[in-house]
Design a protein around this ligand. Structure first.
Ligand SMILES: C[C@@]1(CC(=O)O)c2cc3[nH]c(cc4nc(cc5[nH]c(cc(n2)[C@H]1CCC(=O)O)[C@@](C)(CC(=O)O)[C@@H]5CCC(=O)O)C(CC(=O)O)=C4CCC(=O)O)c(CCC(=O)O)c3CC(=O)O
Ligand SMILES: NC(=O)C1=CN([C@@H]2O[C@H](COP(=O)(O)OP(=O)(O)OC[C@H]3O[C@@H](n4cnc5c(N)ncnc54)[C@H](O)[C@@H]3O)[C@@H](O)[C@H]2O)C=CC1
Length: 150
């Protein structure tokens, strides 16, 4: 069935977020999550230097189902179709929200383009159809809000 993404604002205080994968995609995701003080942990066979130096906890291991225990959500940046599919299945079984990097067809949620000014948070999504449009609209809204001194 065609995907239909509901934009919501999700509380992440006192919640843990898991990233599977430690490459550049994982690092991009982590940098966005850090802007919201997210409690992030990484599991990967290997991690890039940026993650090593970031102070974020990471475990060097192959993903397995039990790794989802205790997490609100998981982002898979494994770049591996089998791992991604297993995470989709395990997430559904465990009630953990799943995002597979840049694969909207497999995602339970997708990441919008965000602008934050204090407690004002703007999130633009294209229903995962056109991320470039999301980024452009977000940038236009940012320019507008900045011109309003909000
Ligand atoms: C489904 C989703 C992913 C998800 O949620 O997992 C998705 C999917 C895809 N992205 C692609 C490409 C790129 N995405 C970015 C950047 C961002 N992508 C983000 C979100 C989303 N992208 C979700 C949908 C959101 C919506 O509803 O609109 C942002 C907003 C937020 C975030 O990533 O957290 C973040 C901006 C962060 C910021 O500016 O703040 C860049 C630029 C860059 O990396 O610098 C490139 C080009 C370089 C590259 O190819 O890497 C392609 C290939 C498209 C093609 O080639 O045609 C797909 C696949 C597809 O569209 O099918
Ligand atoms: N903004 C940018 O510049 C971006 C660039 N890229 C490029 O795209 C390419 C791919 O990068 P990535 O998507 O990060 O993929 P990647 O292949 O670099 O990283 C995949 C990660 O998943 C881990 N992994 C794989 N199987 C696993 C398993 N079974 N269990 C646990 N961990 C497992 C690996 O150890 C690795 O850390 C790179 O060339 C990168 O430079 C990607 C995203 C953003």
């Amino acid at each position: 069935m065609e995907k239909n993404f509901l934009p919501i604002a999700l509380n992440i205080a006192d919640e843990k977020i898991l990233i599977v994968g430690g490459g550049k995609s994982a690092w991009s995701k982590i940098q966005i999550l850090q802007r919201f003080d997210a409690d992030v942990e990484v599991i990967a066979l290997e991690v890039c230097d940026e993650i090593k130096e970031s102070g974020i906890p990471y475990a060097l291991k192959a993903y397995e189902e039990a790794d989802l225990d205790g997490y609100l959500m998981v982002y898979s940046c494994s770049n591996n179709a089998e791992v991604d599919q297993q995470i989709v299945r395990d997430g559904k079984a465990a009630g953990v929200l799943v995002n597979i990097h840049d694969q909207p067809a497999l995602c339970q949620f997708v990441s919008p383009a965000i602008h934050q000014q204090g407690d004002i948070r703007v999130a633009v999504s294209s229903n995962a159809k056109d991320v470039y449009a999301s980024i452009q609209v977000r940038n236009e809204i940012r320019t507008f809000l900045e011109s309003q001194n909000r």
